[in-house]
Write a protein that binds this ligand. Structure first.
Ligand code: DLL
Length: 426
C-alpha cells in the first residue's frame, strides 16, 4: 500500500470518501446539521475533489458535542477511548472500534518500519500510557511489526536506561524533550551511547527543531525520526518520516490532508504555509470530516527516494494558537529554540511573557552549559547580551535573557511546557 501510485491512492480516497460521508450523515446528527446548514447532501460528494464542499469541524465543535455527540456507531461497538490532555475547557474524548484500532496500529507499524524497524528489534515505548495516545499507539505498532515491546511509559529515567541496557533496546519511542533528558541522564550515569544498543528513535507529540534532532542523535548515538498525529484522528501515526528524514509521509489511504488559509478557510496550493485540515477516510467510531488541526504546515508532493508516493507534510511550524504576539510581533517558540541551539545553548529553556505597564515583556531563561558554568559573572553577562542580540535579530524584538544554573529548569517526561504566558491571567 505504501508504494501505491498516485492514481491508486486517489482511487482509494475516491471510494472511501463517498462511503464515509454517507456514514457520518446517517449517524452523526451534529455533523448532519452542519451539512444541512451548508446545503450539502451526501450525494454531492462523488469524489475526493468534492470534499471542499463539506463544512469544517473545529475543536469547539468537539467540545460542544462532548462526550458522545460525534460518535457514529453504538457505544457497544466501541472497544476503547482515548483523550486529549485538555488544559483548557473540556477534554476531547475519541472512540475506537476494533477496526479503528487495527488501522491505527497499522499506521504506527508503518512509521516504525519506515525508520528501519523489523521484528528483530526491541522497542522501548516511553510515551505515556493511559488516556494519552502516545504509549498505546506505538505499543500497538510495535506489536504489529513483531518487535519485542517494552511498555515502559514515562518516568524513572534511570530505570529506563537500566532496561535499555539489560534488554538491549534498539528503538526508543518518546517525546523529543524526554529523549533529550534521557540523553543527559545517560551521560550523568557515566555511560556513553556505546553502552547502549539503541539504533533509532521515533519522536513526536510536540514541536522540535532540526537542531534538537541533531543534539538527540549525538547524545544517544541514534537516528531520530519524527512522527506526527493527533488524538482526534487516532493518535500518533497520521504521518511519519522515512529514511530521507525530510518531511513526513501522510498515511493517505486513511487520512486526507488539506492546507487552508486560517483566516478565510480557502484551500491553499502545495508549498504554501497554512492550517492543516484532516479527514479520516475510514474511521468507524469517531469519523471527523475536515477537522481543523490548528497546526501550521506545508504539504509537498515530490517523489521521495524511499519509494513512497504519498504526500508529505513538513514539521509543523507551530500551532496557530501557540503563536505568541509580543509587542505586535508574531513569535513562534521554535524560532527562539533555533537561535539557542545555533548559539551553543542546547540545554533546557523556558519562555515567559508578561505585561508590565501596558508593555509586553519577554524573558527567556536558558540553562548554562557545563562548559560555561565556572565562568565569571561578567562573562555570563556577556553571553546573555550576545544571546539577546541574536534573538532580537531573529524576532525583531528585544528579549531579556537569563542564564541560569544547569539543571535548574524542570525536565519533561511527556510534552514539554516551554512557554508561560502570564498575560492571559490579567
Ligand atoms: O500528541 C499524538 C502523538 C503521540 C503524536 C505520540 C506523536 C507521537 P495530541 O496530544 O492530541 O496527540 O496532540 C496533537 O501535538 O496537533 C500537534 O500540534 C502536536 N504534535 C504532534 N506530533 C507532532 C510532531 C499526540 N511530530 C498535537 N511535531 C498536534 C510537532 C506535533 N508537533
Amino acid at each position: 500500500m505504501e508504494c501505491a501510485s498516485r492514481d491508486e491512492i486517489i482511487a482509494i480516497q475516491n471510494e472511501k470518501i463517498v462511503k464515509q460521508v454517507k456514514h457520518v450523515y446517517e449517524n452523526v446528527a451534529y455533523y448532519r446539521d452542519l451539512m444541512d446548514k451548508a446545503g450539502v447532501k451526501p450525494e454531492d460528494i462523488k469524489s475526493i475533489e468534492d470534499i471542499r464542499k463539506l463544512p469544517f469541524l473545529t475543536k469547539n465543535d468537539l467540545r460542544e458535542a462532548y462526550p458522545c455527540g460525534m460518535l457514529a456507531v453504538p457505544m457497544n461497538d466501541c472497544v476503547r477511548i482515548h483523550s486529549t490532555s485538555g488544559t483548557t475547557g473540556k477534554r476531547v474524548v475519541t472512540f475506537y472500534t476494533q477496526h479503528d484500532i487495527d488501522i491505527w496500529e497499522e499506521c504506527c507499524a508503518r512509521a516504525l518500519a519506515a525508520a528501519g524497524g523489523t521484528e528483530e528489534d526491541v522497542c522501548q515505548v516511553c510515551y505515556g500510557y493511559g488516556l494519552f495516545t502516545g504509549g498505546m499507539g506505538l505499543h500497538g505498532g510495535s506489536h504489529k511489526l513483531g518487535s519485542l515491546t517494552l511498555p515502559m511509559s514515562t518516568g524513572n529515567t534511570e530505570r529506563q536506561i537500566q532496561f535499555m541496557q539489560d534488554l538491549k533496546s534498539t528503538i526508543l519511542c518518546c517525546t523529543p524533550s524526554y529523549a533529550a533528558y534521557i540523553g543527559e541522564t545517560v551521560k550523568e550515569m557515566g555511560l556513553t551511547p556505546d553502552d547502549l544498543s539503541l539504533k533509532m528513535g521515533i519522536f513526536g507529540a510536540e514541536p522540535w527543531t532540526e537542531e534538537m534532532r541533531r543534539d538527540i542523535e549525538a547524545k544517544l548515538g541514534i537516528k531520530a525520526y519524527d512522527i506526527y498525529g493527533l488524538t482526534e484522528m487516532c493518535g500518533p501515526g497520521v504521518a511519519f518520516e522515512c529514511s530521507e528524514q525530510k518531511g513526513m509521509h501522510i498515511n493517505e489511504d486513511h487520512f486526507y490532508a488539506e492546507i487552508i488559509d486560517p483566516e478565510t478557510g480557502e484551500p491553499l496550493p502545495d508549498g504554501t504555509v497554512g492550517e492543516l485540515v484532516f479527514t479520516s477516510l475510514d474511521r468507524e467510531a469517531y469519523p471527523l470530516l475536515r477537522y481543523r488541526t490548528r497546526d501550521l504546515c506545508v504539504l509537498t508532493r515530490e517523489k521521495c527516494s524511499c519509494g513512497r508516493n504519498t504526500v508529505k507534510m513538513c514539521k509543523p511550524l507551530g500551532r496557530s494558537d501557540d503563536m505568541l504576539i509580543i509587542r505586535g510581533v508574531n513569535v513562534f517558540p521554535s524560532q527562539i529554540e533555533t537561535v539557542l541551539f545555533k548559539e551553543g545553548f542546547p540545554e533546557n529553556y523556558r519562555i515567559e511573557v508578561d505585561r508590565v505597564n501596558n508593555t509586553d515583556t519577554l524573558d527567556i531563561f536558558v540553562e548554562l552549559p557545563e562548559r560555561l558554568f565556572s565562568d565569571t559573572v561578567s562573562s555570563v553577562a556577556m553571553h546573555e547580551k550576545k544571546l539577546a542580540g541574536a534573538i532580537k535579530t531573529m524576532l525583531g524584538i528585544n528579549p531579556v535573557v537569563h542564564l541560569v544554573t544547569p539543571k535548574s529548569i524542570e525536565r519533561s517526561e511527556g510534552k514539554a511546557v516551554r512557554v508561560i504566558d502570564r498575560r492571559k491571567l490579567h
